[in-house]
Design a protein around this ligand. Structure first.
Ligand code: ATR
Length: 268
């Protein structure tokens, strides 16, 4: 029987993870099956237990269960504790262990696929919800010169930034004239076709800045605005593939090559 893995989310029908992990498994010569599971919103724990009982060896966790998964795990990695969220469950090594590969997925996409190292640069993260919490620890660890978290509710931004030495949090209106080298949109505004209430981009970013939206598979008003301003942009496709590769490494002990999978995902 193939080794069993899953992605658990609600909704999950749109998830590309089964396809991505199937490509990784084929390239690495591993025999595994990877399915989608959509539990009711109040049945995360019962669903993990049932999947475990059916021989499940590991699972990815996506919205809205990442914080619940963090609380559910018997123990977690340091990076999951920093993110206070879990996107990767290991089920075949004793009590359930949780990890978070989102942040390292973003940083690997930036550094390897996009050739942008955050070290020594001025980095702005927009948003202070679960998505931002998942990536701020890794961005901080990547050694930026400045790390600012901006959010509509400024208090949330300040609370998130306060956990990381040297980082600052603020509302959008308080963004000083810093000229960021990297802006990461970690808000869910784009999913609703909305734009965070930013100051004009030309006051906010350096001319050679990279503007990144963690949303994958749709053009957000934020990316459209940045493109119109002639800035370099990226959606979250590379982060999606890199976080999956990191999860595959955690489960299977090998890091699959991501280039062919990312190119194929981009071709659609
Ligand atoms: P997620 O887990 O996807 O991050 P979340 O925890 O609900 O979801 O957080 C959503 C984030 O997007 C928050 O930072 C939210 O800002 P507030 O904390 O001020 O609510 C942000 N967000 C959602 N819609 C937005 C909009 N139209 N403009 C700006 N920020 C928005």
């Amino acid at each position: 029987m193939s080794d069993r893995y899953a992605v658990i989310g609600n909704p999950v029908a749109h998830s590309k993870s089964p396809w991505i992990h199937a490509q990784f498994a084929r390239a690495c010569g591993h025999d595994l099956e990877y399915v989608r599971i959509e539990p009711p919103r109040d049945a995360f724990g019962a669903t993990v237990e049932a999947f475990c009982a059916a021989g499940g060896r590991g699972a990815n966790v996506t919205l809205p269960f990442k914080q619940e998964a963090f609380r559910y795990c018997a123990s977690v990695s340091a990076r999951a504790r920093e993110a206070q969220a879990v996107n990767t469950l290991v089920l075949d090594r004793g009590p359930v262990w949780g990890d978070n590969t989102d942040g390292v997925g973003l940083v690997r996409d930036l550094e390897i696929n996009l050739g942008f190292a955050p070290r020594g640069r001025r980095v702005l993260v927009m948003g202070a919800g679960g998505a931002a919490q998942g990536v701020v620890p890794s961005l901080h660890a990547a050694g930026p010169e400045r790390l600012v978290v901006a959010n509509r509710s400024a208090d949330r931004a300040r609370a998130l930034a306060a956990r990381f030495e040297g980082a600052t949090g603020c509302g959008y209106a308080e963004l000083a004239d810093v000229k960021f080298d990297l802006v990461v949109n970690a808000t869910s505004a784009g999913l609703a076709g909305e734009l965070p209430p930013l100051p004009p981009l030309e006051t906010l970013v350096a001319p050679d800045a990279l503007v990144y939206d963690m949303v994958y598979g749709r053009d957000t008003p934020f990316l459209a605005l940045a493109r119109e301003a002639g800035l370099r942009t990226s959606d979250g496709a590379g982060m999606l593939v890199e976080q999956a590769a990191e999860s595959f490494l955690v489960w299977r002990g090998v890091r699959p090559d991501t280039q062919a999978v990312l190119a194929s995902l981009r071709r659609g």
